[in-house]
Design a protein. Structure first.
Lengths: 689, 82
């Protein structure tokens, strides 16, 4: 089969992957394509389409990963994206991914897609997990009941994908079937049939006339106007407008009633399609017990805190040794670099610039940042794959609701741990626009991965001392996170009463089954994709920043370096905040990437803007103390690291997501003012002792 | 005997049949899409730590709904004689 396709078309054929959230669409997408999309066991992971060419099987296929949606009835942005893609793009085949565990609900979407696409394959995923739960799915029967090809797979087992690919190829090559016809209750059905007839010609076989008739009756003119433009057809003629009036009289229903009827008819049809398909063996569900613990009155909250602490503890204790090792390695490498440059007769200033400015800053960042990131990211991803994050949203919805927001904000905050820009984009999973802006503005109150190593450093140096230092440090770090959650609540409430007045809206959250994560694969992917990309971003900022600071530190006017002018200029403000000019300078220069704040401070303190060779943590502490650091300075730097302006990437994302300068400015100043206020209060408290 | 009550009133691990969803606007659609339509069977599962929201089993999926919303969903239950 694949040969015929190769011959007939050199162009790529698009295969759309659609389905409810949390059915393993992204896993399937990853299996097919070169790209590695981060998967997660919860709603809203995929928020926009992504296209990528097939890596295996048939190289002429190009896969599109559509956002997971409940339906295509256009409630949220994602649903609109998915629906428009299916309606207006040239698609060779649409694969509707369903989960064997929740076919009863997934078929709702499948039916809607069958109404608008002619080449469809239904793919039932997670058959293995269903079997473990004693659920058997009769795929043949389902296929007969629906009149569509149905293929069963286990998305993470490549072998099971071969039949799916041949079915996709077969569907592209041959089987165009008529649009699925769903029978609606009497009045609605009469109106639809009446309107469908005159529409048939106008639609020119580019879109299902019955679907257009339904949408017209529902009053979704915006979609019809879009269809006219995208498909280059004319639908809303004078005649049709007249017919629509008549059809409305025939139906004699309100738009709400029409929508109810449509959904009910879909579910009714789904139940018919599932007749005799699913057989369930009664097995005791162990998961329910785990869920009861993880969401229990006290156990739920304690479990969350313990997990958080465990992750931090493992990160801190695990990062120590490799950090030191990397640092030693780099100092050896630097020796070679230096002799190499001398060999080339590089002028001394340029040599220093390369060695001390660019190389050492970069090396410092890698050795300080890489180990904690390489541990924290995979651990967190494991929790995510397990399906733990929606439970956090479930547990914390009540307090979030009390502050005028919703529990899904907890999910965007979790994304913020990785990167605030990702958290800001992820806020699209929140339906209410008001709550979405809330979560965007407050996202940078959560320390992102670029700030974690700095926090860990400050805590282990100045607070987590003594015999059980790692444990104490983990506790302090958890405290930091708890503090940032508390301030998120506070800011939420204040905003809900001022700039973003309003009350919490409705809220529906899916709690998916726990999934056993593929541990090794997850760890490998998380390191090879996420960690490397974040590190890369830091490095891009690091080397030029190292050069810039080296130049600033080595260009003198009246016997004082330019860098010192800046630092001294900022000193009074720094003092006021219980910090100093160097720390402030570092935060300002760290605007492009928070990762470089710590190395900049070290460079400023070290003579001539150079990081001392092979610095151990202890010698950095000594350096800081010699430059007048007290516990207050450490605590306030910590606070300022938690609460200051978001980095440039995050701000740009906020501008893009909100489309408003106002909210971008609020997102900039709000955390900054908050951080400054806390620093001043801290200073007052410390001065009393 | 059957009695009509709010979804929020049913007891843990009891089932009920949906009679009416009194939620309007955009969110109505969301509730319909998860399967809260007339005649559907719903089972209450567990509460969250602060007792709101509550997890329900709807069409084989576990869905959390706030009390504010489940107050507006009417269901039919077997009357308790206990």
């Amino acid at each position: 089969m694949s040969k015929t396709i190769t011959k007939n078309s050199q162009k790529l054929i698009t295969v759309a992957l659609s389905g409810n959230a949390n059915v393993g669409k992204s896993t399937l997408y990853n299996a097919f394509t070169k790209k590695h999309r981060h998967t997660g066991n919860w709603t809203g992971k995929t928020v926009s389409n992504e296209l990528s060419q097939s890596r295996f099987y048939n190289k002429n296929l190009e896969f599109a990963d559509l956002p997971g949606t409940y339906s295509l009835l256009n409630l949220s942005k994602e649903e609109e994206i998915a629906r428009d893609f299916l309606l207006f793009n040239k698609i060779g085949c649409t694969v509707v991914v369903c989960s064997a565990l929740s076919l009863k609900r997934n078929l709702n979407l499948a039916l809607q897609i069958l109404e608008i696409n002619k080449r469809v394959v239904i793919c039932v995923n997670l058959l293995d997990e269903a079997e473990k739960k004693g659920i058997k799915v009769d795929l043949k029967r389902l296929s007969q009941n629906l009149g569509v090809s149905v293929v069963g797979i286990c998305a993470h087992k490549k072998k099971t994908l071969i039949p799916l690919v041949s079915e996709i190829e077969r569907t592209i090559a041959f089987s165009e079937r008529p649009y699925l016809k769903i029978n609606y209750p009497k009045n609605l059905e009469r109106a639809v049939t009446f309107l469908e007839a005159p529409l048939k010609k106008l639609c020119q076989k580019k879109i299902n006339p019955r679907f257009v008739a339904l949408k017209l009756l529902e009053g979704e003119e915006k979609l019809i106007l879009k269809a006219e433009k995208e498909l280059n057809i004319k639908i809303l003629t004078k005649d049709i407008k007249n017919d629509l009036q008549t059809a409305r009289l025939l139906a004699n229903m309100s738009p709400n009633e029409i929508k109810d009827d449509i959904v009910s008819a879909l579910f009714k049809r789904a139940d018919e399609a599932l007749e005799g398909v699913i057989t369930k063996e009664q097995k005791k569900d162990k998961m329910l017990k785990i869920d009861k613990i993880l969401t229990g009155k006290f156990s739920g909250l304690i479990a969350m805190l313990l997990l958080l602490m465990t992750v931090f503890y493992l990160t801190i204790i695990g990062a120590n040794y490799p950090s030191q090792m990397l640092s030693n390695l780099f100092s050896i490498a630097e020796g070679y670099l230096e002799s190499f440059l001398s060999l080339l007769n590089t002028p001394p200033f340029l040599k220093d610039l390369i060695c001390f400015g660019a190389f050492r800053t970069t090396a410092f960042i890698v050795s300080v940042m890489l180990p904690p990131m390489a541990i924290f990211f995979p651990l967190f991803t494991l929790l995510e794959e397990l399906g733990f994050l929606p439970r956090i949203a479930f547990n914390l919805d009540r307090p979030f609701k009390a502050t005028g927001a919703c529990g899904k904000q907890a999910l965007t905050m979790c994304m913020g741990f990785g990167c605030n820009a990702v958290g800001v984009t992820g806020a699209r999973i929140i339906n209410s626009p008001r709550e979405r802006i809330l979560s965007i503005i407050t996202n940078s109150l959560v320390p992102c991965n670029g700030r974690f190593p700095f926090l860990i450093f400050l805590i282990t140096m100045f607070l987590g001392t003594g015999s059980k230092s790692s444990l104490v440090s983990a506790a302090f770090l958890s405290l930091c996170v708890v503090v940032s959650i508390i301030f998120t609540f506070i800011v939420n409430s204040i905003l809900s009463k001022t700039l973003l007045k309003g009350e919490a809206s409705s809220f529906v959250l899916e709690l998916p089954d726990f999934r056993r994560p593929l541990v090794l694969k997850t760890i490998w992917q998380s390191i090879s994709q996420k960690t490397v990309s974040v590190l890369f971003r830091a490095l891009i900022a690091a080397a030029p920043m190292g050069v810039l600071i080296f130049i600033l530190a080595n260009t003198s006017i009246y016997d004082k370096s330019l860098l010192m002018y800046v630092v001294e200029f900022l000193n009074p403000v720094g003092e006021l905040l219980g910090l100093d000019g160097a720390v402030l300078t570092a935060f300002i220069l760290g605007f492009p990437a928070n990762e470089i704040v710590l190395p900049i401070i070290v460079m400023i303190y070290s003579f001539g803007g150079v990081i001392e060779d092979s610095l151990s943590n202890a010698s950095i502490k000594e350096l800081f103390v010699n430059n007048g650091w007290s516990v207050l300075t450490a605590v306030n730097t910590l606070v300022f690291c938690l609460f200051h302006f978001p980095c440039s990437t995050t701000l740009l994302t906020i501008k893009k997501e909100t489309g408003s300068l106002k909210w971008t400015l609020v997102s900039f100043f709000l955390p900054l003012l908050l951080g400054m206020a806390i620093c001043i209060v801290n200073k007052l408290i410390f001065s009393m002792f | 005997m059957l009695e009509i009550t709010k979804l929020s009133n049913i007891k843990p691990f009891k089932t009920a049949r949906v009679v009416k969803v009194n939620i309007n606007g955009d969110m109505r659609r969301r509730f319909l899409d998860i399967g809260l339509i007339k005649g559907e069977i719903v089972k209450r599962l567990y509460n969250s730590p602060f007792n709101d929201p509550v997890a329900y089993l709807i069409r084989d999926n576990v869905i959390a709904i706030r009390k504010k919303d489940s107050d507006n969903i009417l269901v039919e239950v077997e009357k308790d004689y206990e």
